[in-house]
Write a protein that binds this ligand. Structure first.
Ligand SMILES: [Zn+2]
Length: 277
């Protein structure tokens, strides 16, 4: 808006400087923001000798949509969590972090990961595949409306996850840029969305980047998104996390998404953090 231009430009310059600092922090050059090494160590390593194996299977084998699902089972019983990346194929941060999570070691329960949910779209680095926007294919009043959506939903029904986390990124920031939904966690009524947002604001968002603070938004369960169908039909506690392209580089986006994923798993007991190490 013309009348707001001066204010906008000033804010943008401030954010560019801030983004540079955040990027440096994500690559370990400066020590602020502090991040959370204890949590990420808990995700990547594990007490005891028992190695956790990775099982994998193909979703929709032999079709154009064929993609890999990975399963990590802890030695102790616990909840089942499913993590999805690449429902939108050009949102690289979710794909890259979900691929990292394949090597994470849950302390309890079962961790199921689909890094390239819409594999055709991820291969082409585009939002939607040949059947359109996958995250609109799970309407309340019918079966999933595409072959890929049906294949993904079959996997969800088999695992009946307690927790679902769907990883995305937006171009802008919710509440600041009209129509964009970044730097936000959308969650079911029973989820710890407020706690997750507060945690990320504490450890990942520098004080001088107030526009990048994460907000929590309770979702309704009647919509056509995968996580909404998981809420209403398998009773999952579900989260959809959105970071942003706006003034964040890939390292910073990945760090937000990585911490959001690890914290979600910790909040639901799959990861146990030793703060004394
Ligand atoms: Zn998306």
């Amino acid at each position: 808006m013309q009348s707001d231009l001066g204010h906008t430009m000033k804010r943008r310059n401030t954010l560019i400087a801030s983004a540079t600092i955040l990027s440096a922090a994500a690559s370990g050059v400066v020590s602020r923001p502090p991040g959370d090494e204890a949590l990420l160590t808990a995700a990547r390593q594990r007490d005891g000798d028992t190695e956790i194996s990775t099982e994998s299977e193909s979703i929709l084998p032999g079709t154009v949509h064929e993609t890999t699902l990975y399963e990590r089972v802890a030695t102790r019983d616990g909840p089942t969590a499913m993590v999805f990346g690449g429902i939108h194929g050009d949102e690289r941060t979710g794909i890259e972090v979900a691929q990292e999570v394949v090597d994470w070691k849950p302390d309890t329960g079962t961790l199921v990961i689909v890094p390239k949910t819409n594999r055709v779209a991820t291969d082409e680095n585009v939002r939607a595949g040949p059947e359109g926007d996958l995250n609109r294919h799970f309407p309340a009043d019918s079966e999933p409306t595409s072959d890929l959506a049906r294949g993904i939903w079959d996997a969800v029904q088999r695992y009946e996850p307690d927790v679902v986390l769907d990883l995305h990124r937006s171009l802008g920031i919710v509440g600041i840029h009209e129509e964009y939904v970044g730097q936000a966690v959308y969650h079911s009524a029973d989820a710890a969305g407020d706690e997750l947002a507060a945690y990320l604001n504490d450890v990942a968002v520098p004080w001088h980047m107030p526009f990048h603070r994460i907000s929590a938004h309770r979702t309704h369960s009647g919509g056509p998104l995968l996580f909404q169908k998981a809420i209403r039909e398998v009773g999952a506690t579900a989260y959809l996390f959105e970071t942003t392209d706006f003034l964040l580089d890939q390292n910073a986006r990945n760090e937000f998404t990585r911490l959001a994923t690890a914290k979600t798993l910790a909040l639901h007991g799959l990861l146990e953090v030793d703060r004394n190490q």
